[in-house]
Design a protein around this ligand. Structure first.
Ligand SMILES: [Zn+2]
Ligand SMILES: [Zn+2]
Length: 223
């Protein structure tokens, strides 16, 4: 039980003459029933049920993914047991590769520059602890992504390379596009998988993209 301070008790303090403050009489309707008890599916950061469960790799404590990502911006340590995560490591399947090539063709909105082409390959394998179905197989993937070969694009490339080394680029889950489960999926770092088509087509032009993806990477400790 967390040491919740009863708001009505605080407002009435000190108690009116003739009445003694009665701790037992003060109750939150719904307290303890709206929120699940601390345990497997309880996030101690938002003090509610876990949404988008994320389990830390070393200590196995679980939180909402948005909650723990935000907490790690301030201190890279587990809020429950203080295990240090100075370099955040994800659960991207091992053994993948990230190859970088350059094309002379231009991306819409970045006409003076060539194109950086990233080819990711994650082989199929067996899910580990932290994945949705440990012990079960998962299907790998090959993805191609594009960046403009300008200074900002080159900076994003370096950040993406670090994210990949820290196993933060992909995870195992259910594909939002195909609905298939036990597949390798992107892990909240958006990539431009088309050269054209704009934001709706996962391509360019999209003037805000390079800033947005740097913010997404910052949330994962990649700066
Ligand atoms: Zn939470
Ligand atoms: Zn922990």
């Amino acid at each position: 039980p967390s040491p919740l301070v009863c708001a009505t008790e605080r407002m009435n303090w000190p108690a009116p003459a003739g009445e003694s403050p009665s701790r037992g009489a003060c109750s939150f309707p719904g307290a303890g029933s709206l929120s699940p008890a601390p345990g497997e599916d309880y996030c101690c950061i938002c003090m509610d049920g876990i949404r988008e469960k994320k389990t830390l790799e070393k200590c196995r404590h679980s939180f909402c993914r948005p909650c723990i990502d935000q907490a790690f911006q301030f201190k890279a340590a587990c809020p429950v047991c203080l295990t240090f995560y100075g370099t955040q490591i994800g659960d991207q399947p091992r053994g993948g590769s990230m190859a970088v090539t350059r094309w002379t063709s231009r991306l819409p909105g970045y006409e003076p520059y060539g194109t950086i082409v990233i080819d990711y390959t994650i082989p199929s394998g067996v899910q580990e602890r932290g994945h949705p179905n440990p012990g079960a197989g998962f299907t790998g993937t090959s993805r191609r992504a594009f960046l403009p070969d300008c200074a900002d694009g080159q900076r994003v490339l370096r950040l993406l390379q670090r994210a990949f080394e820290q196993r933060l680029t992909f995870t195992v889950g259910t594909s939002a596009t195909t609905g298939l489960s036990n597949v390798v999926v992107w892990n909240d770092v958006h990539h431009k998988t088309s050269t054209h088509g704009g934001p709706q087509g996962f391509g360019y032009p999209d003037p805000g993209y390079l800033l947005r993806v740097q913010e997404e990477l910052r949330l994962k400790g990649i700066t």
